[in-house]
Design a protein around this ligand. Structure first.
Ligand SMILES: Cc1cc2nc3c(=O)[nH]c(=O)nc-3n(C[C@H](O)[C@H](O)[C@H](O)COP(=O)(O)OP(=O)(O)OC[C@H]3O[C@@H](n4cnc5c(N)ncnc54)[C@H](O)[C@@H]3O)c2cc1C
Length: 459
């Protein structure tokens, strides 16, 4: 097994030649900090609105080599968050965000076709399954909310039998189907975007970390400075290191194992329709197939980060990979004896509301908090940030995820210590429920703390 920081998707997509770092002073209409999906889509949408805009993008490493090139490739809508959206913003606003997020998923598919980027975009429903009695019905309130909002097709309950007809894991006890979802080869998407942006004249400087961001739009790096009418902060979990954003997010991590091609196993499971699958834990397992008939199997239970501090364990964690591998075999006993070829991981920008957050501070416009669901929503985020940067207001900038009521995490070291304790409790709770035991009352209490404090952590 190759356990690396960047993972298989980026290997599959092939090497890129880095662009030149920024040296000296430069100017632009819009300067974008961060070359993941959010920064790249923002650049794209700026050019869609203002084809002659001068756009400059600064990336600390290589574009698309962060989580954008390493994720599970679930391209989801925000229907999974419909309850939270409704609770925070009401029916009309919740519906508007969910519908806009549908357009984002379709927009990505259309973009790939139009721009001839083969990112393996494949539309198929997402299945949310229960693997323990306690998880059964955990989707009921989402199904009910969809019905009440007049969108009864979006999330539909399914029996164990229906679910197993799509994927015959013996663990599956029932579930719900999310109508609109797609899977992608995430690195092909990120690098395809990078390529098309360079062709459209965006100045991309890689290996150029931004050290300071001023509210008037000035940006400083180790080797230079940029003066711009607007700056966009699109650095995912690193946002917690920028002044003004330190309490806005927490950093967790997610890790993936990848199997060798197993067409016979997929055939035996009947898992040939391209469905993405998540279980219903707080620290989810997520799984999907690939075009070359492998299984991608991930777990959102990696360790917490301290502030925005870089930590190897957020990307490479042998213990978490061993647990993820065990879970894969529990889900799919048919896989036993076959090979895991690759493993990797990366940081997750956890929003206190479980919803992405967009907004402005002076001439700096920000986006973060995708909480493990940024592939689809970052396209929408790019539409929003492009408008904020160009000072255009429309239905995108009035969505409820733009300038939402603020909710903050506690400062460090409390965030790290508290987050790590809660993570342990969630792991213990999940393990007890997997074994058909009731978690201890102390475990249940600590695991319930985020909810009691009004925080929505990763599923
Ligand atoms: C293992 C894993 C699995 C996941 N699975 C899924 C999934 O299946 N579906 C889904 O929707 N989401 C998933 N996610 C989350 C998803 O990958 C992210 O939400 C999404 O990629 C966020 O895009 P981004 O542009 O905000 O961040 P990133 O891709 O992290 O891009 C931010 C960029 O900013 C750069 N940067 C940081 N600091 C600086 C600085 N100071 N100066 C300049 N540049 C800087 C970084 O190098 C990075 O390239 C997963 C994440 C992980 C780690």
């Amino acid at each position: 097994m190759r356990h690396t920081r960047y993972g298989w998707w980026l290997e599959e997509a092939g090497e890129v030649v880095p662009t030149a770092p920024l040296e000296g002073d430069a100017s632009a209409d819009v300067v974008i900090v961060g070359g993941g999906y959010l920064g790249l889509w923002t650049a794209w949408h700026v050019l869609e609105l203002e084809p002659n805009a001068d756009v400059l993008l600064l990336e600390a490493d290589l574009c698309g080599h962060g989580p954008s090139g390493r994720n599970g490739g679930f391209c989801e809508t925000l229907w999974g968050e419909v309850d939270i959206l409704r609770e925070r913003s009401g029916d009309t606003a919740a519906l508007a965000v969910c519908r806009a997020s549908e357009e984002a998923v379709r927009g990505i598919g259309a973009w790939c076709t139009k721009n001839e980027v083969d990112a393996w975009f494949r539309e198929a429903p997402m299945l949310r399954v229960a693997t323990t009695e306690s998880q059964l019905g955990s989707w009921d309130s989402k199904v009910k909310t969809c019905i009440e909002l007049g969108a009864s097709d979006e999330i539909v309950s399914m029996s164990a039998e229906d679910m197993r007809a799509r994927c015959a894991s013996p663990l599956v006890l029932g579930g719900a189907s999310h109508r609109l979802n797609a899977t992608v080869q995430p690195a092909q998407l990120a690098l395809g975007l990078r390529r098309r942006l360079i062709e459209r004249g965006v100045h991309i400087h890689e290996r150029t970390g931004v050290t300071r961001l001023h509210r008037d739009g000035r940006v400083e790096t180790r080797g230079g400075r940029v003066r711009a009418s607007a700056a966009v902060l699109a650095v995912n979990s690193a946002a917690a290191g920028f002044s003004g954003y330190r309490l806005s997010l927490a950093v967790a991590s997610s890790h993936i194992v990848l199997t060798e091609p197993v067409p016979d196993v997929l055939e035996e499971l009947g898992w040939t329709g391209g469905e993405a699958i998540v279980d219903s834990r707080t620290l989810v397992h997520y799984m999907r197939t690939t075009r070359d008939e492998r299984i991608v199997f991930g777990w959102g239970g990696g360790s917490m980060g301290f502030g925005s501090r870089a930590s190897t364990r957020l990307e490479l964690d042998a213990d978490v990979i061993a647990r993820t591998r065990e879970s894969l075999v529990r889900f799919f006993p048919q896989f036993r004896g076959r090979e895991i070829t690759h493993a990797w991981g990366g940081p997750i920008d956890v929003s206190p509301t479980h919803l992405p957050i967009f907004g402005s501070r002076g001439r700096v416009h920000h986006g973060f908090g995708f909480t493990g669901n940024g592939v689809g929503p970052s396209y929408l985020g790019g539409e929003i940030l492009a408008r904020l940067a160009l000072d255009r207001r429309d239905e995108r900038t009035s969505l409820a995820i733009v300038e939402p009521a603020r909710k903050l995490f506690p400062p460090e070291p409390f965030r790290y210590v508290g987050g790590s304790l809660i993570r342990r409790a969630l792991m213990a709770k999940d393990a007890a429920e997997d074994e058909g035991r009731k978690p201890s009352s102390a475990t249940s209490f600590v695991a319930s703390l985020p909810r009691r404090l009004g925080l929505h952590l990763p599923r």
